[in-house]
Design a protein around this ligand. Structure first.
Ligand code: SAH
Length: 362
C-alpha cells in the first residue's frame, strides 16, 4: 500500500460494510409498510383490541394461510423498525401491538380521525413515486430542462393528474387528509398567535380538495374561504358548501382575498415559478391594508426540527421533490424568493418541529 493511499482501519471497513447493506435495503422497509397497509394489518390489530398474533392477523385479513411464516418474518422486521412492537420477539408467535406510526395508519375514524394511509400510499406509490427514481441517474447525465418526472412518465405531473384518474384521486385523497390533520394541529398549536386574526376572506391556492380551507372555515366561520385548483382537481372535489371551489390556473390569476394561503405548492416549483406564483398572490391581496398577507405552509429546512428523523425526512422529501423541478428551502432561499416577488417582510412559525407557517407581508 502506498503512503498516499488512505488508510482504512479494519474496524471502519467492517462498519462500512454493514452500513452499506443497511442503506441498500431501505426500500424493503418502505415496500413492507406499503404491503401491511394494503393488507389492512394496522386496522386488524386495532380490531383485535390493539394486540394480535400473526395467526390472528391471518384470520382477520386476506392473507393466505400458507403465507403465515412469511408474514411472521415481515412483522418481525417491521417491529424492529418501530412500526409495531412485539412482546417476547423470541417466541414463535409473538403478540404484536400498534406504535404511534401504525396507529396513524388505522382505518377506523372513531379511533383514528386522521387516517394517513392515503398519504403513505402516495409517498410510496410504485408507479409514480418509486418508479420515477429509476431514471435518477439518467436524469443527472441529461443536459435538457426535462424534469425527472417527465423523463420517467413522458408528461409533467400536473398533466398526469389529468390523464390518469386513479393518480388524480390518490393525490387528492392523500393531501386532503394531510391538510385536515396538519391544519387542525396548527390551529390548536398556533391558534392564539393571531395568524388568522382580522381576516374576512382567504383563497387556498392549489388547495386540492380543500382539506386546509375547510379546517380554517371550521375554526373561523366568519372567514369566507375559497379553493383554487386545476379543473381536473376541482371537478372531483366533494362540495359541502362550507368553501367555494374555483377552477383556474394560479400562474394566470388568483381570486382577490385578504389572504392567499398556499400549502405544499411552492416546493413543487423552481425559484422562477415561485416568484411568478407569489406575484399573482400579491396581486390578489390588499397591499395597503394590514390584513393583506400570504400564508405559506411548507418545510423551512432545519427550522424547529427536534430530531434527526425530522431533518432527514425533510431532506428525503427535498430529493423527492426534485422529480418536479421543485425544492425544499432553507430560510435564506425563501427570503430571496419573497424579495424578488416584491414582498417586504416575513415571519416563520414552526409546527410539530417539522413543517412551518411563513406569513409573508407586501
Ligand atoms: N395545497 C394542497 C395540495 C398540494 S399539491 C394540500 O396541501 O393539501 C399541489 C396542488 O397544486 C395540486 O392540487 C395541484 O393540482 C395544484 N396545482 C398545480 N398546478 C396548478 C396551477 N397551475 N394552478 C392551480 N393549482 C395548481
Amino acid at each position: 500500500m502506498s503512503c498516499a493511499q488512505e488508510e482504512v482501519s479494519t474496524q471502519s471497513l467492517h462498519a462500512g460494510y454493514v452500513q452499506m447493506w443497511h442503506h441498500s435495503l431501505f426500500h424493503i422497509k418502505s415496500m413492507g409498510l406499503l404491503c401491511v397497509v394494503g393488507l389492512g394489518i394496522p386496522t386488524a390489530i386495532h380490531r383485535r383490541g390493539g394486540a394480535a398474533t400473526v395467526s390472528d392477523i391471518v384470520s382477520e385479513t386476506g392473507v393466505h394461510p400458507s403465507k403465515l411464516p412469511y408474514l411472521q418474518r415481515l412483522m418481525r422486521m417491521l417491529a424492529l423498525s418501530g412500526i409495531f412492537t412485539a412482546d417476547q420477539p423470541d417466541k414463535s408467535d409473538p403478540i404484536y401491538k400498534l406504535t404511534p406510526v401504525s396507529h396513524i395508519l388505522v382505518q377506523d375514524s372513531a379511533s383514528n380521525p386522521y387516517d394517513m394511509s392515503p398519504l403513505h400510499r402516495i409517498l410510496a406509490r410504485p408507479s409514480t413515486a418509486i418508479s420515477t427514481f429509476f431514471s435518477l441517474e439518467a436524469w443527472f447525465r441529461d443536459g435538457s430542462a426535462t424534469t425527472l418526472f417527465e423523463m420517467a412518465h413522458g408528461v409533467p405531473s400536473w398533466s398526469l393528474t389529468k390523464n390518469d384518474g386513479s393518480y388524480n384521486k390518490d393525490m387528492n385523497d392523500s393531501l386532503f387528509m394531510d391538510s385536515s390533520f396538519l391544519m387542525d394541529v396548527m390551529l390548536k398549536e398556533v391558534g392564539s398567535k393571531g395568524i388568522f386574526d382580522g381576516l374576512r376572506s382567504l383563497v387556498d391556492v392549489g388547495g386540492g380538495h380543500g382539506g386546509a380551507a375547510k379546517a380554517i372555515a371550521r375554526a373561523f366561520p366568519h372567514i369566507k374561504c375559497s379553493v383554487l385548483d386545476l379543473e381536473q382537481v376541482i371537478s372531483e372535489a366533494p362540495s359541502d358548501g362550507t368553501v367555494q371551489f374555483i377552477s383556474g390556473d394560479m400562474f394566470e390569476s388568483i381570486l382577490p382575498a385578504d389572504a392567499a394561503f398556499i400549502k405544499l405548492v411552492l416546493d413543487c416549483w423552481g425559484d422562477d415559478d415561485c416568484v411568478k406564483i407569489l406575484h399573482q398572490c400579491k396581486r390578489a391581496i390588499p397591499s395597503r391594508d394590514a390584513r393583506g398577507k400570504v400564508i405559506i405552509v411548507n418545510f423551512v429546512l432545519g427550522q424547529g426540527t427536534r430530531d434527526n428523523v425530522a431533518l432527514e425526512t425533510q431532506l428525503l422529501f427535498d430529493v423527492f421533490m426534485m422529480r418536479y423541478g421543485g425544492a425544499e428551502r432553507e430560510e435564506h432561499e425563501w427570503r430571496k424568493i419573497f424579495l424578488e416577488a416584491g414582498f417586504s417582510d416575513y415571519k416563520i412559525t414552526p409546527i410539530l418541529g417539522f413543517q412551518s407557517i411563513i406569513e409573508v407581508f407586501p
